[in-house]
Write a protein of this length. Structure first.
Length: 147
């Protein structure tokens, strides 16, 4: 605690991490919007037919899960930057949605059989980032940086 005014001091790296997480969230929003709105023919030209078919074949409910994953992560980061404790439950929602999303992709749609296991590298990184965000919010809460 800061002895002068009773507030908990926040290290500078906290804000750096917060901005990096906000940029990560913005990239997620861009990917979500792009995948949702890009015409199939353009996806084929940019990503190849296999990847475009996987995106086109996503059931409607999974788009909602994808949206929840991205938006709750972004709102969690905004909460983190505002130093609000509700960052933690928002990150938990994001992590759960990411697990459902990629669980469907690999356990139900079996995209690894179409694209091989290299298709799992970026989803694994996304899951790792969701876990890291949740852990960071938990750490910040324990340190008293979140109200």
């Amino acid at each position: 605690m800061n002895e002068v005014d009773g507030r908990v001091g926040i290290p500078a790296w906290y804000w750096v991490v917060g901005v990096v997480l906000l940029l990560w969230g913005a990239a997620g929003l861009f990917a979500f919007y792009s995948q949702l709105t890009t015409p199939y023919e353009r996806m084929v030209a940019e990503m190849g037919k296999l990847a475009a078919d996987c995106i086109k074949g996503m059931p409607g409910w999974l788009w909602w899960v994808y949206g929840v994953a991205v938006w709750s992560g972004v709102f969690g980061t905004i909460a983190l930057l505002l130093r609000r404790a509700w960052a933690q439950p928002l990150y938990l929602i994001s992590l759960a949605a990411v697990i459902v999303q990629f669980g469907h992709s690999f356990l139900i749609a079996k995209i690894h059989l179409l694209m091989d296991w290299s298709a799992a590298v970026f989803p694994a990184f996304i899951i790792l980032m969701a876990v890291a965000q949740l852990c960071f919010a938990g750490h910040a809460k324990k340190r008293g940086w979140l109200r």
